[in-house]
Structures are given as C-alpha cells and as structure tokens.
Design a protein around this ligand. Sequence first.
Ligand code: FE2
Length: 162
Amino acid sequence: MIPITRGHIDLTVTINDLESLKFDKYFQTYQQLPEVEQYYTAHNSSIWQLLDDCPQWVHDLSQQIPKDFDHSVVSAIKIPPGQTVPCHADKHYILQQTYGAGDTWRYLIFLEDWKNGHYFEIGGQPIVNWKAGDWVKFHRSCWHLGGNMGLKPFYSAQVTVK
Ligand SMILES: [Fe+2]
C-alpha cells in the first residue's frame, strides 16, 4: 500500500481570510462507484472550489509543506453544512495536464481547528480533531471521503504536487 503521511505547518489564516475567499465553482463531486451513483446527488454532494485567483496566502502554503516536489497546483475547498464528498480517488487533472502524467500526490491542509460534524477519512481511517495547519499527504490512487454534518463551513486547501 502506498503510504499516507501526516504533518503540521503553522498557519496565520483568520476566519476573515476564509470568508473572503471568492469561490467560483460549485459542482457535484466525483461519481466513481455504483453506490455513489445510487445514493449521492447534486443536492447532497456538491462543494465550492477556488482554483484560479487564489490569494497569495494559499500559494504560500506550497512553500511551507515539505519540499519534496518540483511542480504544484493550489486550490481551496469549502464544503457547506449538509454536503458530502463520497468515496473517490482524485484525478489531479490540472497538474497532470500541465506537468505530465505519472505519480502525483496531494497535500490536504485543514485551515481551521476541527469543528463538530466535519469529517475526513482515508485508507479506511477516520480523521477528526485536527488542528489548523495539520496536513495529510496521499497518492492519487488513495480512496478517501469527507463531509460536513456540522453547522459551519469546512475549509481546506489542497496542494497537488509532482
Ligand atoms: Fe479528493
């Protein structure tokens, strides 16, 4: 099994920074399994993403994580309360298209301390109780899921690397 690694960076992100993110794309998440097609719809599995025009502090995250890559693409995600990201494996489409196919990895960085109802799971392991700045790094072949059964948006950043 390809290892999943975890670590922490110090963040100075404020709630104002998060609420100022200009998310521009709202879309239904991957449908890669029959059960996902059966049970999940645009109504219960849609999220906000900010890819282009991320503020500088999002780009700077790629300088703070371990320097184990040559190329990176950053984005920010907001999962509103009530939305889920059912089991999937990421395509890393933009990174692969820009810098070529092959092994690519993603750093998922939690931007706030864990809140009630926020959930992430990878390799069959639940991840909760995180602190702002905690990260999880995983290969594009790793199945994972997330969701927000809480009362506040769930913010994360992704640095996809090769
Ligand atoms: Fe994902």
